[in-house]
Design a protein around this ligand. Structure first.
Ligand code: OFO
Length: 164
């Protein structure tokens, strides 16, 4: 059985994952409207992944005898300066999410809740991957700068399009 305090923390994490999904969705829509088809595909896909992250916690809380609460969400930003600022905001957002995952893990250790600790380890690795992906994309965008041919290829690559 989950302790009340851990249940509350997991419910807060459900909200963060749900918000992540909305944020990526807003970014995907912006990218699509701006003609970055590949980037928008990538971000739509990522938005779906975040929903799965949320759902996993919902199911876990309920399986452990708690009650997962579906939250209301703030409206994410709808407009962005450029691609680099999108990925900078993603990195900043993911660093915040990693911090809250780490706090949950600390709490599990304090309470000696090994099952939840074990469950959260998946999120620990996932966050490492997400942070490093965002960093590598920002590095790439720095190399490309304002070169439109470079941005075109970057967009295709991120969307998983194979070269013609
Ligand atoms: Fe759920 O990994 Fe990003 O936020």
């Amino acid at each position: 059985m989950l302790s009340n305090s851990l249940q509350n923390k997991l419910n807060e994490q459900i909200e963060k994952e749900a918000y992540s999904s909305q944020l990526y969705l807003a970014m995907a829509s912006w990218a699509e409207v701006k003609g970055y088809t590949g980037v928008s595909e990538f971000l739509y896909g990522h938005s779906d992944e975040e929903r799965q992250h949320m759902l996993k916690i919902v199911r876990y809380v309920n399986e452990r005898g708690g009650h997962a609460i579906v939250p209301s969400l703030d409206q994410p930003k709808t407009d962005f300066e450029d691609l680099r600022s999108v990925f900078e905001q993603i990195l900043k957002h993911e660093l915040g999410v990693s911090q809250s995952i780490n706090e949950i893990v600390d709490h599990c250790l304090k309470e000696k809740d090994h099952s939840t600790n074990n469950f959260m380890q998946w999120y620990v690795s996932e966050q490492m991957e997400e942070e490093s992906l965002a960093r590598s994309i920002i590095d790439k965008l720095d190399l490309i700068g304002n070169d439109s041919a470079g941005l075109y290829l970057f967009d295709r690559e991120l969307g998983g399009f194979t070269p013609e």
